[in-house]
Design a protein around this ligand. Sequence first.
Ligand code: NAI
Length: 392
Amino acid sequence: MIVEPKVREFICTTAHPTGCQKNVEHQISYIKSKQFPQGAKKVLVIGASTGYGLASRITAAFGCHAATIGIMFERPATGKRTATPGWYNTAAFEKAAISEGLYAKSINGDAFSVEIKEKTIDLIRKDLGEVDLVIYSLAAPRRTTADGTTYSSCLKTINSTFTEKNLDLKNNTITQKSVEPATPEEVEGTIKVMGGEDWMDWISALSKAGVLAKGAVTIAYSYIGPKVTYPIYFDGTIGQAKRHLIQTASEISAAFSDVKAYISVNKALVTQASSAIPIVPLYFAILYKVMKEQGTHEGCIEQISRLFHDKLFQPEIPVDESGLIRMDDWELDPSVQEKVMKIWDEISTENLMTLSDIEGYWEDFYHMFGFHFDGVDYGKDVDIDVPVPSLS
Ligand code: NAI
């Protein structure tokens, strides 16, 4: 069928299989153009199908020549409904990995569940024996814990209402947006979903099963951002969850003497998870403009490539005074932030096109779903039923 984008505010309900393949191929060729130090050999990526997790899997496989197992929560095509982009990305990733003789298998299901953890452990035991790098890159709206309770995460402030400029994605206009404070239950829910409890559960389960290599490294991703987004991000519900995630890194390193846990604070980038955060997309569009002008803009693949190359496999992993790996160093550079904040004060619907990289924002958005790639004939019929080799 002919697949067209169907965009509803910050989500696209269709995905293009050929375009998603293109997206994965671009990332693979970027990684293949770089040299990586001897790194991980057997890698588990939890949240491996889009955004930072996909970039991590691609870097591990095509940069370090590692065997990878990827966990994801994606939907295959059904009838006339396309699969989710993460499904097509994973199909393309596995095909490319197999064609280069790299081991690549995926598990599709709820990473929070005991069942998926057990399935993963069985697969590691059967095929790899152990893993030496575990990347935790989940971004999820809800989590059901082992006792059957379902928690939801939300993107709200703590204590007081926050009103700021906002990019209305429906019509590219600047409006004012107010975000209401969360209830204590909503704060707790967000910590349960996006905090470190499940990361700890994964490492405990892998360690108990004896499938973690001696000296294994595990890494989870976080974000801090500029002061203007603190009320909605760093000091909001998600920020509370990220503080818990950071605390969990110390707890994992303390509880498992053979495992080192790290947090990498990454750059703000358009992904399915981040485009849902109020107020933040306007910051992204301005940030893209400033960083592209300075020549320091990176996408997920450039960020993770730099993480693997400059940080993860150095004899000593460079961290800041709080023990965090800072991949947001270029984003938070004062010369970038001063310009971003000046534009933030001046921006309006009338000058949005010139003062921000709104086009770059939307280009990244469409690319996530496999649209707007040069060299893809979007007028051509395409088979939407694409198998993921290890799942068929
Ligand atoms: P994303 O939405 O692109 O990726 C989420 C991944 O999680 C996908 O592979 C999805 O299939 C998987 N997933 C979701 N629920 C699942 C479940 N129940 N079971 C199994 N898999 C599940 O998100 P993104 O942005 O790459 O986020 C990954 C991490 O990076 C998050 O912790 C996020 O906070 C962090 N981060 C994101 C930044 C951004 O600007 N996008 C900046 C810094 C950190």
